[in-house]
Design a protein around this ligand. Sequence first.
Ligand code: FAD
Length: 511
Amino acid sequence: AFLRIFMILVLSCIPGRTNLCSNPSDIRSSLDSLDLEGYISFDDVHNASKDFGNRYQLPPLAILHPKSVSDISTVMRHILHLGSTSNLTVAARGHGHSLQGQALAHQGVVINMESLPSLDIKIYKGKQPYVDVSGGELWINILRETLKHGLSPKSWTDYLHLTVGGTLSNAGISGQAFKHGPQISNVYQLEIVTGKGEVMTCSEKQNPELFHSVLGGLGQFGIITRARISLGPAPHMVKWIRVLYSDFSKFSRDQEHLISKKKGFDFVEGFVTINRADLLNNWRSSFTPNDSTEASQFKSDGKTLYCLEVVKYFNKEEANSMNQETKKLLSELSYIPSTLFSSVVPYLEFLDRVHLGEIKLRAKGLWEVPHPWLNLLVPKSRIFEFATEVFNNILTSNNNGPIIIYPVNQSKWNKHTSLITPNEDIFYLVAFLPSAVLQNDLEYLLRQNQRVLSFCAEANIGVKQYLPHYETQREWRSHFGDRWEAFAKRKHAYDPLAILAPGHRIFQKAA
Ligand code: FAD
């Protein structure tokens, strides 16, 4: 195999010869001849051509199904050696739940990270417990495994059927992030295959620049093959509470109050509902009103309402004290009293809550539709202005999907990662998560997103996109601001030919 590759490379370099490596069939055979524990396929490219966003179709040339880290390194080195004689790029694909083609590699090689063996989810107990996992592991599997030991990762995303490498390349933010930071602040160590094909271990102490580059690094610097994730004690149950507000100021003041408390709720999120008269009916099956007579008198009348969603973790023997603490915390808030709803569910069921919604939507054929999502990080100082314009003027309903909104305090986050956030300690994650069932919906929703972005730009709100998507390098430079030079320098150091993660369109592979 080595000889065949060598011959292909030598032939391609003879001056005046047709460039063999730019010919797809030669590239195919050069990939095919690599000595791997796993395998490369060329036919099953359909799934790897699209993602959850369902708006881009960009088929790769090949898919690597690695069985070892050295498979990934071999392919990276091979592509590096082909150099500019091929256009091959590489995208690590986790669960493919990106929104705008970020995990695609048009006519390149997609690495199916889920095929990296996950036999050995290794758990270390002790003072600072942690788990070692494959970069292609799904968070739901990690949860199931760690729960067997009474442990759990501390920071989550709202949906757990995503891979470790996929969320660590962004941030991994959910209602625990105010307390524990995002998932990228809860990693002790990573194993990376860089864009040069080198396998490197990194942490705060060992190769710290690579460690910080990769966390929130949009897959630009290397492929995460293993991660060491910090764990904490897992509770048995959670008390899950929802209350409503009609006044945004009161809602956001209460959210900010809750995230500032040392001993408060374990999860703080919220969502906006616009023009949804059926709101409380939707909760009936799983949430119990505190006072059913009062609750039945509450009419949302299609108003814009803000729902605070909080959770308190507890073990069964702590139920009484948990109820007292919860009562006290609620007494500090200014929600509409008749709208207090709660539910008690197992910890796993709470964390995996979105999956239940997925099952229902899949059954109706409504999961694999276009998702023109927009995620923004909005500085606290401008959130009122943002909410007034966006929720009262730009949006007329949220019938197409949820709008999530909650503040986090980044003073507790690791500041050295590649993640770009607004320039204030407290900012809000605002996630517009619609589904476009009809083609008209898609165009309408994309226009709406554009109106939100234009408003933010014109009013100079200082938002940053989370899970960012831009078409041009100029826009990327503006996204990174004064951190662009450092980002580009690190790219040059770890992936000098710009082979990795082409779907973001930040860098172009050197020709
Ligand atoms: P993919 O889409 O496969 O990949 C994403 C990016 O990471 C690509 O650039 C890819 O090349 C790169 N990548 C993938 N694996 C690796 C690896 N091993 N090494 C290096 N780079 C890699 N995000 C939140 O923060 N909070 C949420 O609550 C949340 N909820 C979500 C709910 C749903 C239903 C969905 C669809 C997404 C949600 N997300 C959320 C966004 C999600 O975290 C990102 O889209 C994430 O990238 C998806 O993970 P994935 O495994 O599908 O990654």
